[in-house]
Design a protein around this ligand. Structure first.
Ligand SMILES: Nc1ncnc2c1ncn2[C@@H]1O[C@H](COP(=O)(O)OP(=O)(O)OP(=O)(O)O)[C@@H](O)[C@H]1O
Length: 243
């Protein structure tokens, strides 16, 4: 469902993503793990058609991100690192706006709202304007917006960032609930999150894929906890140190 081949992207002198390749299928929850500045968000933005690669290709559900970005976006839900939302809109207004953009109308709209508002636990802020929401609620509204068209592929950039422990738990449960039916790519710094939701892990460092494995195999191969594995693979290979 996701097929990435040698994607590369620089910003001036900075090589953010340096030729990464990987695949993910339906049923996969693939954790994209890496220290600050490793290139995770840049890779996700390219897959979500928000940023053009300098070279390389990727397809989502068989559609090329360069040639068929509209078809890709139809099949993909993307939670960006900094949830873009219109501050003056209420949660209800924002979700309505997203439904309009995705041409979800009438009874389909009602059932989508009835499903995803409780699923993301945002009933209590439904009539509140976005600029008054806490970071955690903004993230959950962003998640509802990413899910509202029931996409086959989900790209979630640090989905639990800013959430309290209970909310983190709920979002992880939500990811687990959806895992069988979708292909989910999740970036995170939180190693317990990888263990809680991911069946595969890619460790990315300085724009390159260092490891493509499963959390269990990594622990077996390197010994110790996933935290120690992460440090062994990334410390000394990053200017900024491990997260
Ligand atoms: N728009 C941009 N302009 C210039 N440099 C950028 C831009 N976006 C990303 N970068 C640089 O590209 C590199 C990779 O950044 P990216 O945000 O993809 O990393 P990340 O792994 O998501 O980091 P974090 O975990 O801190 O969110 C960094 O050095 C970053 O400063």
């Amino acid at each position: 469902m996701i097929d990435v081949k040698n994607l590369r992207r620089s910003f001036g002198q900075v090589v953010a993503v340096d030729g990464i390749s990987f695949t993910a299928e339906k049923g996969d929850v693939l954790g994209l793990l890496g220290p600050n500045g490793a290139g995770k968000s840049t890779a996700m933005k390219m897959l979500a058609c928000f940023l053009k690669p300098d070279s390389g290709t990727a397809s989502v559900c068989g559609y090329d991100i360069g040639k068929d970005p509209i078809e890709v976006r139809k099949r993909l839900g993307y939670l960006a690192e900094n949830v873009p939302a219109y501050n003056e809109m209420t949660t209800a207004g924002f979700l309505k706006f997203v439904c309009d953009a995705r041409e979800i109308k009438g009874s389909a709209r009602k059932s989508a709202i009835d499903k995803y508002v409780p699923m993301c636990a945002i009933e209590s802020v439904y009539h509140q304007t976005i600029d008054t929401l806490s970071k955690g609620y903004r993230r959950r509204v962003g998640l509802a917006a990413a899910l509202i068209h029931d996409p086959e592929v989900l790209i979630l950039d640090e989905p639990t960032d800013g959430l309290d422990p209970n909310q983190k738990h709920e979002v992880r449960d939500l990811i687990n609930q959806m895992a069988k039916e979708k292909c989910i790519l999740v970036s995170t710094h939180i190693l317990e999150e990888v263990e809680a939701v991911c069946n595969r892990t890619i460790i990315i460092n300085k724009g390159r894929v260092e490891v493509d494995s499963t959390p269990g195999k990594l622990v077996e191969e390197y010994g110790g906890s996933l935290d120690e594995v992460f440090r062994k693979i990334t410390v000394g290979k990053t200017d900024k140190g491990a997260a």
